[in-house]
Design a binder for this molecule. Structure first.
Ligand code: PEP
Ligand code: CO
Length: 461
């Protein structure tokens, strides 16, 4: 590290200007955090720039190759985690339980897809949130909207909502400790295949809905017995128990992302070392905007969210801009269209990309197009809409001859009541029981595993 804006890479932006980690600053950035004191921001950024990177560029390249297998239809992606990670989470247990759900889902999906599942957490850095309005009214009081714990606090009082740049340092350190624990769990035996399968069997045994998956669970069980009989070592600590788990978050707060962008000594390329994969949100994907500019120049695999108003020509321009070399695995298009639009909007997007010959990973985010406000004023989503959008996504890809590359979901390992329906059929009047998200409603552990079994059924169909 050490190189900053003066150090040029070869890439050029739309106006032919040279890309640098700071070139986004010349362009309009949607969703600005509204820092009150520029000097305080500068000193935090200088401090961040001197901290070690969180991930190694070589890991990002390995992930790109794995995602390249998804493009070719030889792997599937599961990208999952919180809408917004919280500074007040009780770190260890919550990280463990979230990882556990993702691993459980991945085992079920691997079996369903018959191909490897690339595991990507919305974790260890998912602290910045775009908002539909910069301010909100709570009772009679107008205040800044909550923008994620990397910017301000979620408490509904104006003083808590004042943006504080020192939160970027806290987010960095929390990301580092979260990532450290994830690496320990995934390399140290927690991801033991037999153990993950035992958790799934417990799910199957303890719910009425789970019974419908008895057959799949029994087949997985038989496969594990077969592997052991063939001499495959499935004990904890054996190489097969080491899982590759990658981190991702929305690259929304470009101050932070720039400070963690480093030049890789092996290739000379810049990588955003705050996470393995970064994505651009639906609200910040302007072709002439700062976010597209910034991510166009980093070597990581990247994603772009596509909402229902997306135009096919716009998607092609995004592909040209973000993946001009047409490297498979570099770019994921994450459609979040809603159950009512997926079958009408997605075909045009898929055809345009396919016909232009752009290699992309197609992911389905069945959460963000299906949010509504329930009777009591809480934001929620119905499990049936989430599943319905995934069904539509699979149907479109089957019809177009393209590969439904993966799913992108918001979940938690906690037993929350934030999304309706699912195995325990959560009802509107139950939402207040355990509604703890600081942003969007998440699937709880049982809803998530139920969803994985359903997607496995779709993959096998
Ligand atoms: C999110 O993923 O939490 C999010 C804000 O999504 P989108 O950009 O698709 O609205
Ligand atoms: Co969200």
């Amino acid at each position: 590290m050490g190189e900053t804006a003066g150090d040029r890479s070869a890439a050029t932006g739309p106006a032919g200007a040279v890309w640098t980690p700071a070139s986004w600053r010349e362009l309009p950035a949607a969703q600005p955090p509204g820092w009150p004191d520029p000097d305080a921001v500068a000193s935090v950024l200088a401090e961040l720039a001197s901290e070690p990177p969180l991930v190694f560029a070589g890991e990002a390249r390995t992930l790109t190759r794995s995602l390249g297998n998804v493009v070719a239809g030889n792997a599937f992606v599961l990208q999952a985690g919180d809408c917004a990670e919280s500074f007040s989470d009780q770190a260890a247990d919550q990280i463990r339980d979230k990882l556990r759900v993702i691993l459980q889902m991945a085992v079920v999906l691997t079996y369903g897809a018959g191909v490897p599942v690339v595991k990507l957490g919305r974790i260890a850095g998912q602290y910045a949130k775009p908002r539909s309005s910069p301010t909100e009214r709570v009772g009679d009081v107008e205040m800044n909207s909550f923008r994620g714990h990397i910017v301000n606090d979620d408490a509904p009082i104006p003083s808590a909502r004042v943006p504080d740049p020192r939160r970027m340092l806290a987010a960095y350190h929390r990301s580092a400790s979260t990532l450290n624990l994830l690496r320990a769990f995934t390399k140290g035996g927690f991801a033991d295949l037999s153990q993950v399968h035992a958790w799934n069997q417990e799910f199957v045994a303890t719910s009425a809905e789970g019974r419908r998956y008895e057959a799949i669970a029994e087949e997985i069980d038989r496969t594990l017995r077969f592997m052991r009989a063939c001499g495959v070592d499935l004990s904890a600590g054996a190489p097969i128990q080491q899982v590759d788990f990658y981190t991702s978050h929305e690259a929304l707060l470009l101050d932070y992302e720039e400070a963690l962008t480093r030049r890789d000594s092996l290739t000379g390329r810049y990588y955003d070392c705050s996470a393995h994969m970064l994505w651009i949100g639906e609200r910040t994907r302007q072709l002439d905007g700062a976010h597209v500019e910034f991510l166009s120049g980093v070597g990581n695999p990247i994603g772009v969210k596509l909402g229902p108003s997306t135009d096919p020509a716009e998607v092609i321009e995004l592909c040209e801009r973000l993946n001009p070399e047409r490297e498979p695995g570099r770019l994921a298009l994450i459609a979040r269209l809603g159950i009512s639009k997926v079958t009408t909007v997605l075909p045009g997007l898929v055809r345009a990309v396919r016909d232009a010959g752009h290699p992309v990973v197609w992911e389905c985010d069945p959460m963000h197009g299906n949010t509504f406000t329930a009777e009591g004023g809480r934001k929620t989503r119905h499990f049936d809409d989430v599943l319905g959008e995934i069904r539509g996504f699979f149907a479109v890809h089957r019809a177009e001859g393209t590969w439904p590359g993966g799913v992108h979901v918001e979940l938690t390992g906690d037993d929350v009541t934030e999304c309706l329906g699912g195995v325990e059929d959560i009802l509107e009047e139950q939402l207040p029981l355990r509604y703890t998200t600081t942003c969007d409603p998440r699937l709880n552990a049982r809803q998530s595993i139920d969803l994985a079994f359903r997607v496995a059924e779709l993959l096998r169909a």
